[in-house]
Ligand binder design. Structure first.
Ligand code: 13P
Ligand code: SF4
Length: 303
């Protein structure tokens, strides 16, 4: 913490001076999550918070699609991302043009896009979802068939929970795709009584072998509510690190995997971005106006 302290001190000072707020995803490192974040949550709550904040500047301690979503929800605000290269393998797996082609192939079939997509993809989308509300959103449409993109595993998870036919895309999360069923069974065998909780971006056999599947905030709530003696969070490593302090009686069993995009965000980069107001998310009004609609439809339905 001593190496982090000067950054934490200066960032918190600058936030006050500039009326800035730091919204952080649950995968950020503990020094960001506990040291400088005003609000730390899953991607659904981050989108909602971005629409409510009274700050002049929003710094997104997260990845590019999260910063874009914040801009869509608060177009009049300055939204900054400390590293413009913080992307996402799901978001980069599909373009707006790909969605237009899908719509030509399946005319009249509504498009449900995971929030892990670019604004160009959202602009071609009927309604967004996150891992916290994907099933609810799909069911809310009252249709027989939907195009669900871009996460193939999340699409399979949703398909397992609904009667709606799902037309999927071949995107994957490079972090969750690394987990496998054997690893889960081995951990369970070596840790009797352990609770294994997975993010729905994991492969279907991993989710099946787990005790619970939910969004990052859903996973945190599961630990807080159930206080398992031992738990494995089948997701990004910082999740366990962040909530260990608040749950001292829970033993967190690794392995976990790192998201190289989330880990691009560091305290020195947050400080530089806040000091110089660099890394601003700029979008044309047409994209903002089109891409905001599916996000607002999603937040109106909620969790
Ligand atoms: P959540 O919406 O569950 O926070 O997930 C976002 C994400 O990028 C998971 O990999
Ligand atoms: Fe994207 Fe996966 Fe990283 Fe989440 S963990 S930001 S889905 S690459």
């Amino acid at each position: 913490w001593s190496v982090h302290a000067p950054y934490i001190h200066r960032i918190n000072q600058l936030k006050k001076e500039k009326n800035a707020v730091i919204l952080a995803h649950n995968y950020q490192t503990p020094e960001i999550y506990h040291g400088v974040a005003d609000f730390a949550a899953d991607s659904l709550a981050l989108a909602i918070e971005a629409s409510k904040t009274s700050a002049d500047i929003i710094v997104m301690a997260g990845v590019h699609f999260m910063a874009e979503t914040a801009k869509l929800m608060s177009p009049q605000k300055k939204v900054l991302l400390p590293d413009m290269l913080a992307g996402c393998s799901l978001s980069s797996s599909i373009t707006g043009k790909d969605v237009r082609l899908l719509k030509e192939k399946y005319p009249g079939v509504p498009v449900v896009s995971y929030v892990n997509t670019s604004a160009d993809v959202k602009a071609e989308t009927d309604i967004c979802c996150t891992s916290a509300n994907a099933v609810k959103i799909v069911n809310s449409l009252g249709v027989k068939k939907v195009i669900f993109l871009p996460d193939d595993y999340l699409a399979k998870y949703v398909a397992s929970q609904t009667d709606v036919e799902i037309i999927a895309w071949k995107g994957i999360c490079i972090v969750h795709d690394q987990f496998n069923e054997k690893e889960i069974h081995d951990i369970r065998k070596n840790n009797p009584g352990i609770k294994i909780i997975a993010h729905p971006e994991c492969p279907p056999d991993v989710i099946k072998a787990s005790d619970f599947a939910g969004s990052t905030s859903g996973m945190i709530k599961y630990v807080e509510d159930n206080q398992p003696k031992k738990v494995m969070m089948v997701t990004e490593c910082s999740m366990s690190d962040n909530i260990q302090v608040e749950n001292p009686n829970v033993e967190f069993i690794k392995p976990c995997n790192l998201c190289p995009h989330m880990k691009r965000i560091t305290l020195p980069k947050i400080l530089a971005c806040l000091e110089n107001e660099t890394g601003e998310i700029i979008m044309d009004n047409e994209t903002i106006n089109k891409a905001r609609i599916p996000v607002e439809r999603m937040t109106a339905i909620g969790r």
